[in-house]
Design a protein around this ligand. Sequence first.
Ligand code: AMP
Ligand code: MG
Length: 267
Amino acid sequence: MDKYRVKPGAKVRLSRIDPNDKGDFKGDKKEGRELVGKLNKELEALQEVLYASQKAKVLIVLQAMDTGGKDGVIRSVFEGVNPEGVTVAAFKVPSPAELAHDYLWRVHQVVPAKGQMTIFNRSHYEDVLVVRVHNLAPPEVWGRRFEQINAFEKLLAEEGTTILKFFLHIDKDEQKKRLEARLADPAKHWKFALGDLKERALWDDYMAAYTDVLEKTSTPWAPWYIVPANRKWYRDLVISSVLVKALKDLKLSYPENKDDLSKVVVV
Ligand code: AMP
Ligand code: MG
């Protein structure tokens, strides 16, 4: 899965990255889903150790265009993990109080604590994406943010946070299908925002903004992965695999009990 990681300083051409790619995986959807299920069991066990050992912190950033699959990843990749140790933070249009502070203020408050895993559904990257595309701040203001974000993430990493960032890469046709599916299903109408169509019209501007994000903020301490995401099962497979490997690499173990339990009898 390392081929999806953006190497620091590399050029990114999103139009040349196939959102339908399934890498070296020879299996079909059914086999892919089975593998995601197995990885999910591994993730459950690894997260339990993360929680018990209270040492490491894990931050997962999900960014995508509307319908890109952020909610779907949260549902299927993290299915069954212990909710005591996992938090989802969703970033919406900033409130007046949030706007009155610097843009990282609301973010820093919800980064993971020791033993915790936090999933960002959107993130501080909106402050160089939607903010840029809609001119919500002048270029000299958002232009400084790439460096600020790298420094902020470096601080988190040096303080013990493992950071993994995923851009769910779908194409414009796939988004059309997914928006139409939302329109056709009354149970999905709550997810349909008329504003999504305005964002869709700005697709190329968003791709340019994402390209800058991926080129400027994929660092050794907080790498970006470009996840082919037209196929939902393959998207989940890539993210699960990266996550399981990163957690294994932490080499965490259950804490020892300081007492000698060998002679304890429960009466
Ligand atoms: P959703 O994730 O579909 O619920 O939509 C949340 C909306 O909030 C999206 O349209 C985001 O672009 C918007 N949003 C998130 N963060 C910011 C931000 N910092 N500034 C402006 N809009 C934002
Ligand atoms: Mg939405």
